[in-house]
Design a protein around this ligand. Structure first.
Ligand SMILES: [Zn+2]
Length: 651
């Protein structure tokens, strides 16, 4: 899932401005901690040791006077201890009309405790029993969280009337929120098959998880939409949504790709969803085949949430440019990491969200190429991960929905790829998928799969980066170019010291020699080698594998160390938006030719110009009076490095 708050989204939403859209995580954190304290109404864990096999949902929707009425049939197996009753969650504002069973006698039904439902059956439930119960209910779901549950909204501007659900809530622990509209118990390791009938008002379309079996027009002009999902998923991944939709089919089979789009946004949707088929093929090639029978996105007032087979997708993201590709990639990838293999426990949430966040970058790599991928890591994920600080570990985080789990989790996966190498890393990812297909996994399980492929322990990596360590290395690189023998790498951070293999670029006259050294810090965070060969200067981690900061100091030039910049950097592009002149400011560590290229959103080269940069601060000016309005990617490159920024031409 990805949290989007609507009010702060600019008209031109730049990828680098997206992170959580101004959510105050400190405020959310305290709320979260409040929610983690067991309250008086928390269910006793021993009372839901059953395995729900399948849920059949039959619901009638009223969008004018918000409400639902219908039934949920649950087939469940009792495979642990004998139970006196079935305990489910159901929001208190929904009334239970009756409960029937084809396998047992329903003795009584209770609503003791907030949002809970007890069903007493006879004979008492024994190990090995299967029960089949149907709960008839109706009412108006009360809102249980600002992000999670069932929501109704009336038409507003281009947005039509809608009822939609989001399966996780920010303020709940555990997060599943489908009890807002569906009697259920949503432990991630209880995976269910799903079948749904949605009876919707005239002119509306219903969508739910699974393939669309059929749709029927009723005599009163209402219609019934029937879906079936044969692949088991965690209950937080089922959903319903009812609105005015056009069904936009992008692919007929393997899998069917269909999007549920507001009629007012069909033109934008044709541009917006364009990379979806190519990206799903790329994820399939690298992670293993897509396992569900359908894929697509359904527009909703809020999002995004990776509901199985159909992502509930924030409607404001459906625009005619490429600025929201990252969220399409993120949610699609959850169909491997989250929906196919689910975190066994919410403490392991990074196996869903850190993986999906890294898949934003992998989507860039596989759809747009390696440079887009490296730019995305450097300008999006790594800055957000550094800003997340050292408040918490990734495993069992203080807060589920923040940058520690998402962006830092993504950066850790990127570093694991660097440590293992591409072929072993992606082999391990495919194997992890196969081993835990339609099941759940812990971080320990994932580590074991990686170690089997790496053929060596990775405990040192997982301990520092996932289980115990916090923060990231702040490297101080000291070398003596005059004598070309020694290299010292200090770690200045106050928290964990990290042992890592680090790629090093040695500049020797006109050549660049890359090498890898294992930087294993001593108790003071320091590491030195005297066996580094001849060089004029050194840069560590030139391809940006590591989550880090780094300063480089040549002790032979220490006096002017502050006089020239440490590395080639693009400092600013202004004004932004611009019309028609854009100034690009950058710094260069040495005199060298610098080439500027600007690409439009279609990837076409709009301008290319080369200037000779001096050491220090420089500017380049682009007059775009002959270009069309839109988002431009501005790239500045030297012979060895490239930096990029986005700017909007607004005429
Ligand atoms: Zn997500």
């Amino acid at each position: 899932m990805y949290l989007l708050l609507l009010v702060l989204i600019p008209v031109f939403a730049m990828a680098q401005e997206r992170h959580h859209f101004g959510v105050d995580f400190d405020a959310l954190k305290s709320r979260h901690e409040f929610c983690r304290r067991p309250g008086p109404n928390v269910l006793d864990d021993s009372l839901h040791q059953f395995n729900v096999l399948k849920i059949w949902s039959d619901l009638t929707f009223n969008l004018n006077n918000p409400g639902i009425a219908g039934s949920a049939r649950l087939q469940m197996a009792f495979d642990e201890t004998p139970l006196p009753r079935v305990d489910l969650k159901l929001v208190y504002s929904l009334s239970v009309d009756s409960v029937t069973s084809t396998t047992h006698t329903v003795d009584s039904v209770g609503r003791q405790g907030l949002d809970s439902l007890q069903i007493y059956l006879s004979p008492a439930l024994q190990l090995g029993d299967t029960a089949d119960i149907t709960i008839f209910y109706h009412g108006t779901p009360s809102i249980i969280d600002g992000w999670g549950g069932m929501f109704f909204a009336q038409a507003a501007g281009w947005r039509p009337q809608i009822c939609y659900t989001l399966g996780d809530a920010l303020g709940l622990d555990p997060p599943p929120a489908n009890f807002a509209w569906l009697p259920s118990f949503a432990d991630p390791n209880d995976k269910v098959e799903w079948e749904a009938w949605l009876h919707v008002p005239p002119g509306k379309v219903g969508v739910s998880a699974g393939v669309r079996v059929d749709s029927t027009l009723n005599p009163d002009s209402s219609s019934t939409w029937h879906y079936r999902l044969d692949q088991p998923v965690s209950t937080y991944l089922v959903f319903v949504s009812v609105s005015e939709y056009e069904i936009m089919i992008q692919r007929e089979s393997n899998p069917v790709i269909e999007n549920f789009v507001y009629p007012s946004r069909v033109t934008q949707a044709q541009v917006h969803f364009q990379p979806v088929p190519e990206c799903i093929d790329a994820f399939s090639a690298n992670f293993g085949p897509f396992v569900f029978d359908r894929f697509g996105y359904n527009m909703a007032r809020n999002g995004d949430m990776e509901h199985a087979t159909s992502v509930s997708h924030y409607d404001g993201a459906v625009v005619s440019n490429r600025s929201w590709d990252w969220i399409l990639f993120h949610e699609m990838s959850h169909h491997w990491w989250g929906d196919w293999v689910t975190c066994a426990d919410w403490r392991d949430l990074w196996l869903n969200e850190g993986f999906a966040t890294y898949c934003e970058a992998l989507g860039m790599e596989w759809v747009y190429g390696e440079q887009s991928f490296r730019d995305y890591m450097r300008t999006d994920l790594q800055p957000a991960a550094r800003n997340a600080g050292n408040v918490s570990t990734i495993y069992d985080p203080d807060y589920y929905w923040g940058a520690i789990v998402y962006e830092k989790g993504g950066c850790v996966l990127h570093m694991l790829r660097w440590v293992m190498g591409d072929s072993l890393f992606f082999e391990a990812m495919r194997d992890y998928g196969q081993q835990y297909a339609f099941s759940t996994a812990t971080t320990v399980d994932f580590q074991a799969v990686c170690e089997a492929h790496y053929d060596s322990t990775l405990q040192w990596f997982f301990d520092k980066w996932v289980f115990e360590g916090t923060g990231y290395p702040q490297y101080q690189v000291i070398y003596d170019a005059a004598h070309s023998v020694s290299l010292t790498v200090n770690q200045l951070q106050q928290t964990t010291y990290f042992a890592m293999p680090i790629e090093i670029a040695k500049y020797v006259e006109d050549a660049i020699i890359t090498d890898t050294v294992w930087v294993i810090p001593d108790n003071n965070g320091s590491w030195t080698t005297n066996d580094i060969g001849l060089f004029d200067s050194i840069r560590i981690d030139p391809r940006g594998w590591l989550l880090k900061t780094a300063t480089h100091e040549d002790i032979t030039e220490v006096e002017d160390f502050t006089a020239t910049p440490d590395s080639f950097e693009l400092s600013a592009a202004y004004p932004n938006p611009f019309n028609p002149t854009l100034t690009i400011a950058y710094v260069s560590p040495r005199p060298q030719p610098v080439t500027m290229r600007a690409y439009n959103v279609q990837g076409q080269l709009a301008v290319e110009k080369t200037a000779l940069a001096s050491a220090g601060s420089n500017t380049l000016v682009w007059n775009a009076e002959n270009q069309a309005s839109g988002v431009y990617l501005i790239q500045l490159s030297t012979q060895t490095e490239m930096r990029a920024v986005k700017a909007v031409l607004l005429k």
